[in-house]
Design a protein around this ligand. Sequence first.
Ligand code: NAP
Ligand code: 2RA
Length: 366
Amino acid sequence: MTEVSTNGAAGPLASSHSGPQLDGETRTGGHRIAVVGATGAVGTVMLQCLRERGLDRDNEIVLFATARSAGRVIDGRTVQALEPGVNLSGIDIALFSAGGGTSKEWAPRFVEAGATVIDNSSAFRRDPTVPLVVSEVNPHALRDHRGLIANPNCSTMQLMVALAPIHREAGISRLVVSTYQSVSGTGQKALEELDAEARAALAGERLPEPRVYPDHIAFNVIGAAGNFVDGDDHTDEERKMMFETCKILEDDEIAVAVTCVRVPVRVGHSESVNIETREHLSIERARELLASAPGLILEDVPSPLRAEGRDEVYVGRLRRDPTHPNGLAMFVVADNLRKGAATNAVQIAELLIRNHQIRQASEVQQ
Ligand code: NAP
Ligand code: 2RA
């Protein structure tokens, strides 16, 4: 099945965590790292990533969620409520995955208290002063950060890992993307809704009324992922991909057409991607570029089930688009909770530590 792999990895069963790793010397920072939203779908995986990459050994990890979760102990650490009066001093890096509202309210307070914030929500992605970073694609954008860094949306994240090598070589002029987004992309409550509906359906019972989605998700497909805001005919999820692609690839001329769809997959977003390049790119050269791209595994037919729990982006179905002389088509799959959220945030934290790009909380005037 596996065609070519990168970083010495041998396809789906190869070693995970292929992103930048820190050597022993740079790891000795003794930083305090906050995980905000530690009890959620992304937060849970964030803690796993910190553990797997050894960042919990040399650094102090502190956990925040709502008052509902305060006092819960996860991996021997007690969750604190993020509420007025909470002590934010001494936090060097804060990894936020607690929704846009929480980020808007609390991220600036963390920055003011001295932390460098890496935010998973969409709250700051459009801010021109906030770098939007995929660790393998545009780490240079971290250089000018002012305490806040945005993690791209999960569906954009995996797409960028696959498109950046092609854009660098041949310049992408137009994209047509259709997504097949998993339920974990909507968070913990959505997963519970999928499970409850699937259980009822398999037991031959009446399905419970959907609460998270506008329709039942079990054994169904919902033709619009995200929300329609202010009468827009595209969802906010689709708009994110249109905007974020141009910001990350630093090219406002790329035309991006997107349809985001929700499918009853627990973890792992899939994308059918049609690419038009400015310069002609042979399929052999495209294959070569993707085979040597960091964080990417090229195979015949990727699937979300096999991508689950992995940090790499899987690219397959690579072929010429017979309807256009500069057209390519591919299928891109990744674990939305890993590379789409937690892994990339932790990779950014590693880059910041390695490149001495975090402000030390102790240096900030209180
Ligand atoms: P989730 O499963 O619903 O988890 C939300 C987390 O945020 C929980 O830990 C919750 O704590 C906490 N939280 C909510 N309001 C809070 C507040 N006012 N103060 C402190 N903590 C608060 O959601 P998720 O899927 O992990 O997503 C979290 C964020 O990551 C969202 O902004 C989402 O857009 C973004 N994101 C998600 C994905 C994905 O694939 N899921 C990918 C990229 C980005 P309690 O448990 O105490 O309620
Ligand atoms: C999704 N926006 O709907 C989420 C992930 N960030 O899949």
